[in-house]
Design a binder for this molecule. Structure first.
Ligand SMILES: N[C@@H](CCC(=O)N[C@@H](CS)C(=O)NCC(=O)O)C(=O)O
Length: 198
């Protein structure tokens, strides 16, 4: 399998972390890609020109980070990323994490293309409020899920890392110490230390 990714995409990192947690990295070739330059190889497997995208051995492809993670999980006999007994909690948390990632990523992209004033627009301020509400909700809802992290844990931890990387002024570590301690436990895993944003 080939995974199209770059080193700063939080969405691609979710897939990398998921693959590492499932012990599948040996089966995946990493294809470093700049999606913004519309490379043909990426457009061929994902016309949306977005990463991550996964190309399977038989030529079929899957886009969207959570769908790729679901596919990789389906190859795992233990279904470790989506444990049946915790499915609703896991999906609930994955949704909150994805919401945090979407609002943060859109904020970063708007600032890059339209300047810091984009934060004051209707959509910009809406995104910032969403980030604050999500952090607050996660502080209540993100509880330890056992020794093996599930997909919800991974998505949240990547989203928090992305916030620290691109929006350090948010300073969630000081403001939400329980999130910081939950995050610290995951950050020390190989899947996270080996895929840090650069
Ligand atoms: N919902 C998608 C989001 C993917 C996404 O936005 N990827 C960004 C990189 S972080 C991208 O490729 N952007 C290029 C573009 O939008 O043209 C997912 O979960 O995979």
């Amino acid at each position: 399998m080939q995974l199209f990714l770059n080193a700063t995409s939080p969405y691609a990192r979710v897939v990398r972390v998921a693959a590492e947690e499932l012990g599948m990295m040996q089966q995946i070739e990493l294809c470093w890609t700049d999606p913004w330059s519309d490379p043909q190889a990426l457009l061929h497997i994902n016309p949306a020109a977005r990463i991550p995208a996964l190309l399977l051995e038989d030529g079929r492809s899957i886009s969207e980070s959570l769908l790729i993670a679901c596919y990789l999980n389906s190859l795992d006999p233990g279904s470790r990323l989506l444990p049946a007994a915790q499915l609703v909690d896991c999906l609930h948390l994955a949704g909150l994490g994805q919401g945090l990632m979407d609002a943060s990523f859109a904020t970063v992209i708007a600032r890059k293309h339209h300047g810091g004033e984009s934060d004051q627009t209707l959509l910009g301020s809406r995104r910032l409020r969403a980030i604050e509400r999500l952090l607050k909700q996660l502080q209540t809802d993100w509880l330890p899920s056992g020794s093996t992290p599930h997909l919800g844990d991974l998505v949240i931890a990547v989203a928090l890392d992305y916030l620290a990387f691109r929006m350090p002024e948010c300073n969630w570590q000081q403001r939400y110490p329980s999130l910081a301690s939950r995050h610290a436990l995951l950050a020390q895993r190989n899947s996270f230390s080996g895929s840090a944003f650069v």
